[in-house]
Design a protein around this ligand. Structure first.
Ligand SMILES: *[C@@H]1O[C@H](CO)[C@@H](O)[C@H](O)[C@H]1NC(C)=O
Ligand SMILES: *[C@@H]1O[C@H](CO)[C@@H](O)[C@H](O)[C@H]1NC(C)=O
Ligand SMILES: *[C@@H]1O[C@H](CO)[C@@H](O)[C@H](O)[C@H]1NC(C)=O
Ligand SMILES: *[C@@H]1O[C@H](CO)[C@@H](O)[C@H](O)[C@H]1NC(C)=O
Ligand SMILES: *[C@@H]1O[C@H](CO)[C@@H](O)[C@H](O)[C@H]1NC(C)=O
Length: 815
């Protein structure tokens, strides 16, 4: 049904809808439509609005406010024309000189043509592909995240200027990486809500061309809101709102899955990245997801889209649906009674744009039936046209605009390709390094046996989801060849490695090598959009290959794992013949070089895992269980480093270095007095933990980094006694001292990456706002602060206790 509706396309749009391309796979259902690459318009319309002959319209007048330009434009549109604008491939309005516009473009870690807004070829055939997000996140370097986004949006503007891309990008993906099996966990900044929030702010500011100050972690919009017509570089989109992190598992699919989530988990875990994305980074878009939240499809949820996103968080731009998520409301879920009811539900809930065609085809009937009204449609159109105007899409020739001078030479520029290499190097995580086997010295290790299909891999194995054609790709094999002689043998035919037919040959070559480097892990055949894993073990015969090769090796053995999600490699972790393990995520176009440089000691690794590596036994947990907290009575272990107390393969935050580091707290108070009174009611509000007593934090105390008189500095001395320098990542946690499983066992308070000289040191300071950093969320979705001792822990090693007390306890007047 949905497929047919796609095939009908929308007559007002001048390009072939992607469904024509996908039609042969009719039986595979429309799921495929959403993941296969789109076919591009026969003749991509390069013309622009408000060009010669049309620039006399008031809506083209840059001297007017966006509001008045929008209302002028709306006053000129026929109803039919309006309905053609509510979909991702917005129709042309030729009588007003307005070309078609393709809203759907992607910029997750470089541009990609998953949506029809981006088209490679002609002037720009390839772009810089940075590491997949999960690996860049492992750098814990906000400046890096911001610079990547700046580079990506510069390439986007270059593409736009030559008519190969739009200016609305549906990135980043900031859903919490809740379950290790999730096929799209690779696209996200990991499992921790604080890290995801920080990533969202850094990345969105970079994309949108807003100033970003890492130290203040706070941005200032260059110009005031009303005069920012031309200041947005591109518009980012925070997706997928909300509680979306399941593709297809155990008979459930993302299209119909009903995520049952407590208010506590929403406020504490699922929503903070979105809140930061909108409030702090002022992202211009939110995408509602396919799944339902507690019974209601998110795109039809007025509370979520209007009350929370638009009013409470203050979204200024638009809400788009995920692709065909409106059709799903009726066709797949049956939540609405008819197609036009689904359309009305979503528009009335506050969705402005439908990725797909459903709204343009069913809105007229909805209007006739009176279940949606024109003012609701006008409100959506104001959000959409208002943004297009702010992006400069109604200012005539792009080349005459502020970003108009960015030419094709900006794409794949040296500085961008260097940054792609730098990002991979900063993200790589050294998981195991027995007896300091790494780094290798080129003088000692002259000949290496290189094993595994990834080592000489096609782009796909190095780039991950949502990647366009890269400028260049450096395979691991090519990278290693610059340091040593190599003997390469794949060991497995492909990543699935169903057969062990090549294992024997691999064990034979290792005896003539000084060292062995095995590449193993996953690729898009194992984890991707629409495909979750069912196992955490390495696929097929990979484990067998690694064990046999390690056993046969005479020299040291290094295992390099390429994967987005975690894999259970306990067998290798505990095997003394595998001396070193490196996690390389999907390292992007320069990944092979970064890996080789790490192995041969060109730099010291500083990445840390942004997600827990669970053992295979975790697969007994239903992927559909959204609860963060453990429930011992039903054997549910809880999720993420904050709640999961079971065995791990490697912990969140794990990551080794070549340096010789020691850390101490140099200055931290032992007591902090809060200048507020305890609301006696709040003691009951927490319920789960009546002692020590708690303070309910007034909502405004949680915002921003305002200290409200109770902030304090935590300073650390980090010393490197090693003879090589490098960069080092400090993660500061607060730990719960109670054994209460309803409280997080630890929370990430902040993180900082610093550069250390050989035999050098650095002072690392964190400013802590107790209301923001030391609170937990109670069952009513309120932030509460436990009074009494809080234990601060750095990198799971050094501890310090700070006690939170009320000012009145010191005899001060409060409130
Ligand atoms: C505008 O859309 C109409 C209707 O789909 C189409 O016939 C026409 O070719 C389009 N015009 C341009 C300039 O793309
Ligand atoms: C249009 O619909 C919205 C949402 O249902 C409603 O709030 C509003 O009052 C309606 N406006 C008119 C003019 O009927
Ligand atoms: C690596 O792959 C390329 C392209 O698939 C192939 O031509 C080449 O022979 C391979 N290299 C080795 C050493 O097997
Ligand atoms: C924390 O440190 C910063 C920077 O050194 C300083 O400006 C600020 O006053 C300190 N705050 C407190 C509460 O000590
Ligand atoms: C963070 O990333 C930026 C950009 O690559 C880099 O210049 C800086 O040195 C990095 N910081 C650390 C401490 O590694």
């Amino acid at each position: 049904m949905v497929l047919d509706s796609w095939q009908m396309g929308f007559s007002g749009v001048s390009y072939h809808s992607m469904s024509l391309f996908c039609a042969p796979w009719k039986l595979v259902a429309f799921a495929l439509l959403l993941t296969c690459r789109s076919v591009h318009p026969r003749s991509f319309d390069q013309s622009y609005a408000c060009g010669p002959g049309y620039d006399h319209f008031p809506f083209c007048n840059r001297g007017l406010s966006v509001e008045s330009r929008v209302s002028d434009l709306l006053s000129r549109l026929l109803l039919e024309e309006k309905l053609g604008q509510l979909v991702s491939s917005a129709a042309n309005i030729s009588r007003l000189g307005i070309p078609a516009y393709y809203w759907w473009s992607e910029a997750l870690h470089g541009l990609s043509d998953n949506g029809p807004g981006v088209r490679f070829g002609d002037d720009i055939p390839a772009v810089t592909i940075f590491p997949q997000v999960i690996l860049s996140t492992a750098s814990f370097n906000r400046t890096l995240w911001n610079l990547i986004a700046q580079a990506v949006s510069t390439e986007a503007r270059a593409m736009y200027n030559v008519g190969q891309a739009g200016l609305t990008y549906w990135s980043p993906n900031i859903n919490i990486f809740r379950d290790p099996r999730w096929g799209r966990g690779q696209e996200t900044p990991g499992e921790d809500p604080f890290v995801s929030s920080e990533y969202a702010v850094a990345y969105v500011c970079g994309l949108q061309g807003q100033e970003y100050n890492e130290d203040l972690r706070h941005l200032t919009i260059l110009n005031g809101r009303s005069s920012m017509q031309n200041t947005l570089k591109v518009a980012a989109c925070c997706k997928h709102f909300t509680a979306y992190d399941l593709e297809a598992w155990g008979g459930y699919t993302r299209y119909t899955f009903d995520a049952l989530v407590t208010l506590q988990d929403l406020v504490e875990t699922y929503h903070p990245p979105f809140k930061s994305c909108i409030q702090e980074a002022q992202a211009m878009c939110v995408m509602c997801s396919y799944n339902r939240l507690n019974g209601v499809p998110t795109c039809a949820d007025n509370h979520l889209l209007s009350n929370l996103v638009r009013e409470e968080w203050g979204l200024k731009g638009y809400v788009t649906s995920d692709c065909d998520a409106v059709a799903v409301v009726y066709e797949y879920i049956g939540y609405a009674a008819s197609p036009e009811d689904a359309v009305a539900d979503c528009l009335n809930a506050g969705m402005d744009l439908n990725c797909g065609t459903y709204v343009s085809r069913h809105a007229a009937v909805a209007l006739e039936r009176g279940i949606v009204n024109v003012s609701t449609i006008d409100k959506a159109l104001s959000n959409l046209f208002g943004l297009r105007m702010q992006l400069g899409l109604f200012d005539g020739d792009p080349k005459a605009q502020p970003f108009g001078l960015i030419g094709p030479e900006a794409v794949c520029a040296d500085i961008h390709r260097q940054l792609a290499l730098e990002a991979a190097k900063q993200g790589l995580v050294l998981l195991k390094n027995e007896a300091r086997t790494l780094p290798f010295f080129a003088g000692h290790i002259k000949k290496v046996a290189v094993i595994g299909p990834h080592a000489n891999s096609s782009d796909d194995m190095l780039l991950g989801d949502y990647a366009g054609p890269p400028c260049i790709t450096i395979t691991p094999l090519e990278g290693l060849q610059t340091f040593a002689d190599t003997i390469y043998t794949p060991g497995c035919i492909d990543v699935a490695c169903v057969s062990d037919s090549l294992v024997e040959a691999a064990t034979e070559v290792v005896s003539v090598a000084d060292a062995v480097i095995i590449f193993a892990g996953l690729d898009k055949s194992e984890e991707r959009e629409d495909h979750d894993r069912t196992k955490l073990f390495l696929p097929g015969q990979q484990q067998n290959l690694i064990s046999k090769v390690a056993n046969a090796a005479v020299g040291p053995v290094v295992l390099v794992i390429l994967s987005g999600g975690p894999v259970d490699v306990v067998f290798a972790r505990d095997n003394p013949k595998v001396q070193s393990i490196v996690w390389a995520g999907y390292p992007g176009e320069a990944g092979g070089q970064a890996i080789a440089e790490l192995i041969f000691g060109e730099f010291s690794p500083g990445g840390r895992l942004p997600m827990t590596w669970y053992p295979e036994s975790f697969t007994q947990v239903p992927m559909t269980d959204m609860n963060m907290r453990p429930n011992p009575s039903r054997g549910y272990p809880g999720r993420t480093h904050r709640f999961y107390r079971g065995d791990t393969v490697f912990k969140f935050g794990h990551g080794l270095t070549y340096m010789d580091i020691s850390e101490t707290f140099s200055s931290v108070p032992t007591e902090i007095y809060l200048p507020i009174c305890m609301d006696p009611f709040s003691v009951n509000m927490l319920r789960m933990n009546p002692t020590p007593s708690t303070c309910q934090v007034p909502d405004d105390h949680f915002n921003n980094n305002v200290d409200h008189g109770a902030g304090f500095n935590v300073s650390m001395q980090v010393r490197n006694r090693g003879s090589r320098g490098g960069s080092y990542t400090v993660l500061l946690f607060s730990k719960s001292q109670t054994g209460d499983v309803r409280l997080p066992q630890q929370q990430l308070v902040d993180f900082k990456r610093v550069n250390l000289e050989p035999n050098g040191g650095a002072e690392v300071s964190f400013f802590l706002n107790p209301y923001k950093h030391l609170t937990v969320v109670n069952e009513y979705g309120k932030r509460v602060l436990n009074l009494g001792p809080h234990v601060l822990v750095v990198n799971a090693q050094v501890e310090h206790t700070v006690s939170i007390k009320l000012a009145e306890a010191k005899g001060n007047r409060c409130c």
